[in-house]
Design a protein around this ligand. Sequence first.
Ligand code: ADP
Ligand code: MG
Length: 335
Amino acid sequence: MTLLKVEHLSKHYEGRRGMIERLTGTAHTVVRAVNDVSLTVDRGEILGLIGESGCGKSTLGRAILRLHEPTSGRVSFDGTDVTALAPAALKAMRRRMQIIFQDPYASLNPRRTVAQIVGLPLELHGLAEGEEARAIVARIIERVGLKANQLDRYPHQFSGGQRQRIGIARALVSNPEFVVCDEPVSALDVSIQAQIIALLQELKQEFGLTYLFISHDISVIGYLSDRVAVMYLGEIVEMGPVNAVLSQPRHPYTQSLMSAVPELDREGPRRRVRLTGDLPSPLNPPAGCKFHTRCPLAAETCRRLAPVTEQVGPGHSAACHRLDERLNLLAEAGA
Ligand code: ADP
Ligand code: MG
């Protein structure tokens, strides 16, 4: 059953006017961080969102929760149009939709104790107060692997992994149904990453959660996700069941992500797709297919026309003019 439905969502930031814009008299700049994204997440599912830094993953996560107001498009949660909610109703909806941030250092108020930080959602949503709130906070704090006698400590008294546990407790204390996990392990040591991922998996089972799990690390995404969405310069270029996307990536960009991780390459050696150049700026995205400036298969059409999203398998879609050429390349490589 669909819990979250995102339709044609865009988020464009009005860019700040920098020195160059002032000197050249450019009126304003627009950062097209997220462009016309549509996706669904079923209840109980983990949708992994992958893409390189700056491609718009956090912006999409925040726009879904309306932490950043979308420029256009629609988000429905459990049948309610979130994008149309008035402030009070949106606040009530936030109890059900939470976020865990990448940086456990920046996302916790250094002047608040654990009890205050984790208790805040209870207060905001009028769920509990006083001793009752403290008891609820103590329970969730113990559940995420900290101790109830640490409630009156401050964030700086904890390690990075422990701070992320506090962030997880804060997200879960209001008993949400859906959580955007925005690179929750990217800032942590590798040994700690595995513990936090295991914790998030346990909590998902226990609390019946649904995750949008954001990462730039395809092995984390491959391990955790039921389905995967691949993002490039603000757009979803491929989406589908994790096995289909990882073992038969159809978009050249997904292919390049996969061939960078040999241990994930489930079909053995295949022709490598190496990307040249950096992610173009969302201030001035390329015309046609946005990937054409870095795509080894780019042809004339790709420079002129944006590809439409096509069905390439059960629940599997990709947006590329050269899907068939891709297959030929794979055949050539003996995959
Ligand atoms: P990711 O999470 O994939 O690394 P982000 O969503 O953070 O990417 O950023 C996508 C693009 O939007 C980047 O070019 C970034 O510089 C820009 N951006 C993000 N937040 C803002 C903002 N508040 N104002 C202007 N531009 C922003
Ligand atoms: Mg981000």
